[in-house]
Ligand binder design. Sequence first.
Ligand code: KG4
Ligand code: ZN
Length: 335
Amino acid sequence: MNNCILALETSCDETAASLCTLDGRLLSSRLFSQIEIHRVYGGVVPEVASRNHITKVRPLVEAVLEEARASLSDVAAFAATCGPGLVSSLLIGTSIAKALAVAEGKPFLAMNHMEAHLLSPFVELGKVEPGLGLIVSGGHTMLVRINGVGSYEILGRTRDDAAGEALDKTARMLGLPYPGGPEIEKKAVTGNPAAYDFPRSRLAGSPFDFSFSGLKTSVLYELPKLDLSQPQVLADVCASVLEAVVSVLVEKTAHAARHFGLKTIAVSGGVSCNKRLRAALAERCAKDGLRLLLAPPSLCTDNAGMVAFAAAQRFATGMTSPLEQEVDPNWRIDA
Ligand code: KG4
Ligand code: ZN
């Protein structure tokens, strides 16, 4: 029938597969999260991640095909995340998608993980529109001008830690489990966001770049003075850390929108699951007359639905990739 796209995502520690129509409507999306497996190590172990991708990817492909009542012969193109990410993880999904493409005699699409995040807020809309993208994930924090599918300009990025990374590292210092973002969110609910004045870095001369490493240093200095066994102290620290991250993200996004005259704001990446960030963005966008697009939480953290949607957008404009295309751990979204 040739009427859908199969996408695989294995860039880090989530093994995921998804099937979507050629116009990007998601038919099925499945994921095996390795978070529990890596939690004992306090972070992702590449060797362990790739071994798990190998065993999980086939059942996931079978499951998405079954859920959509489709077979491999219905797939018009096979897509996989080719970067950025861990090479040993990227190789699994990419090799399998290429093998399926060859076996079925269909095209292959090499997908950029950051592009997939960037376009995820447009899934519900069913098409991509020009605007300002804010990507806040565990590995990246960037402001991107979206001109159209495949045409992106990086307006600002983090100089050091990504927003999610800063939350993860801070959580670890506070004795909270990995990944730290959701843990900080939970503890922050009963905390006072003004209890501690953690730094909100403003980089002179680079108003759209970010720096989050000072935050964890500041928490580190505060640590000896804190009695974290008291639930209210921990809640106040978490709420204050989250507020420092959220206020910088909202402020710089609003500033970039104003500066570049962009009216649609598309926010993506794991940290955009955060309810405080979502509420603060909604409030600011309403005040500034901006249209805010947020992906549902299931499309914010790593998943294959966002890869399938982005692949469909590319495929619709006639883009495919050569089988020789290598994985690239540092693949830039504007390359
Ligand atoms: O996009 P993602 O799943 O993976 C990357 O491509 O990096 O993002 C993972 C990041 C982690 O740092 C995690 O702590 C953070 O997203 N995160 C959150 C929340 N859920 C995930 N941060 C704050 N609040 C959350 N609810
Ligand atoms: Zn990601």
